[in-house]
Design a protein around this ligand. Structure first.
Ligand code: ZN
Length: 295
């Protein structure tokens, strides 16, 4: 099982340091993308993954730094030759919002089909709304489980767990620390969790909408000092910090210091194109997680 962090920046503010939220898990014949910040197809190519290989696209919630390329990624896959079905799943109203995104691209879709004879893109994509406890299964040994987390102002934001015989990966999406995420992540090999550093509050408090942004970061996200308790309660093997706010100005050492020592497992500060390979253990041993980072 292979996990690649495609974008580790939190929030919609563009930067040269980190791309917006996205990660991809490859296991068996499945290429499962969780969140589609803008530029996700290019990041997949940089990671050595062909966007035509996508089988599942999962959205955690409808913030644009997670959803911008929700339709663009499967469309690029289709334009470049994919014809097999792709699942696009996430919280309501994903069916109607995805349909609206396709409506915006209708002129391209219609003329491209007419010009190239490609099958109808709308028939290729299977959209599905998910709620807490829902699972996606495709007849192989891979099971995707959704859990509702706490990310106001959304009625439903989801975290995902991807399980197979090769390992287990959980992606928190955006959330405050919450019991449902702990339960979802119980015993997982890898937990990718969003974090906000106090330095971000200080940065934003110099801005014009300081009070609103500061309140949002403190009350709708997870401060980095609180994430160790989540990972420890869930008993995960490796905690990966991602959706990092701020993108710059905090060193990896400072992120790790801010996590503290409340988690017995391994902690990694996520970076764009960091790759984690989960190895199947010998009998009775915990799986190992190899890490490599691209420049
Ligand atoms: Zn969000």
């Amino acid at each position: 099982m292979r996990l690649v962090l495609l974008g580790t920046g939190g929030g919609p503010r563009p930067s040269s340091a980190r791309h917006p939220s996205s990660q991809v898990v490859q296991v068996g014949a499945r290429t499962i993308v969780v969140d589609c910040g803008n530029g996700v197809a290019q990041q997949m190519v940089r990671a050595g993954i062909d966007p035509r290989d996508i089988t599942d696209v999962l959205l955690t919630h409808h913030h644009i730094d997670h959803s911008a390329d929700l339709a663009v990624l499967p469309m690029i896959s289709w334009v470049n030759g994919r014809t097999d079905p792709v699942v696009v799943a996430g919280p309501p109203p994903i069916v109607t919002s995805f349909g609206s995104l396709l409506d915006a691209h209708e002129e391209d879709l219609r003329r491209r089909v007419a010009a190239t004879g490609r099958p109808d893109f709308r028939q290729m994509v299977r959209t599905r709304e998910l709620a807490h406890g829902d699972t996606l299964e495709s007849g192989d040994d891979v099971v995707i489980t959704a859990a509702q987390v706490n990310h106001p102002p959304f009625d439903c934001a989801l975290a995902y767990r991807i399980d197979s015989d090769e390992g287990s990966v959980v992606v928190s999406g955006d959330t405050t620390p919450c019991a449902s995420l702990v339960e979802l992540a119980r015993g997982a090999d890898v937990l990718v969790h969003e974090v906000v550093h106090p330095a971000a509050i200080e940065q934003y408090e110099r801005g014009t909408n300081a009070a609103t942004i500061g309140h949002h970061l403190r009350n709708n996200h997870t401060m980095v000092g609180d994430v160790a308790a989540v990972a420890q309660a869930a008993g995960v093997g490796t905690l990966v910090l991602s959706h990092l706010v701020p993108h710059t100005g905090v060193t990896d050492a400072e992120w790790l210091t801010a996590v503290g020592d409340g988690f017995d497992g391994r902690v990694l500060v996520g970076a764009d194109l960091m790759e984690l390979c989960i190895s199947t253990p010998g009998s009775g041993d915990r799986r190992t997680v190899g890490v490599s980072a691209r420049a």
